[in-house]
Design a protein around this ligand. Sequence first.
Ligand SMILES: [Zn+2]
Length: 186
Amino acid sequence: MLTQFQAVGQALFTQGLVFSQGGNLSVKLGEHLVITHRGSTLGFIQEGDLVETGITKNNRSTPLASKELEVHRCIYRNTSALAVVHAHPPYAVALSFTEKEIVPCDAEGQVLLSKVPVLSTEQATRLEDIAEEIAELLNEYRIVLVQGHGTFAVSQLLEEAYYYTSALEQSCRLLYLLKTLRITPG
Ligand SMILES: [Zn+2]
């Protein structure tokens, strides 16, 4: 379990998909989830950086969990996901301001993601306020992009949710470059 978190955290960090203390990871274990500690740095996860708490019930560890805990809980309550990766990939976040959905133009992105919805945050000041909308979209899509914030990806495995995050950022980087060159893909 720890090595899974470490491998995915390090990959996200070295690829610039999270910075400093941003982003968080979790996996579901029955009625519980294991989530990264509040303020932990994903690039350098240690044993003490993992917190186990209930999906519906709080315990002594709950206050130590990532501040995005409620979004992870909501996703597990409303989808069949067993793992969640939340990241702040810069090209994807940049495009979230101008696009309503991301349609990858590269082969890998098309195969893995096909289409990624962008969730507007006009009304919401906190992610918690749109947790249900995030979860609802994740029943249909593997990854959702929250405007001006970042991504939530789900899968049965942490590693797979990371692949979706990485693939989306790669697609967004290409789309960004094509926009800069004023080329319309398709
Ligand atoms: Zn975040």
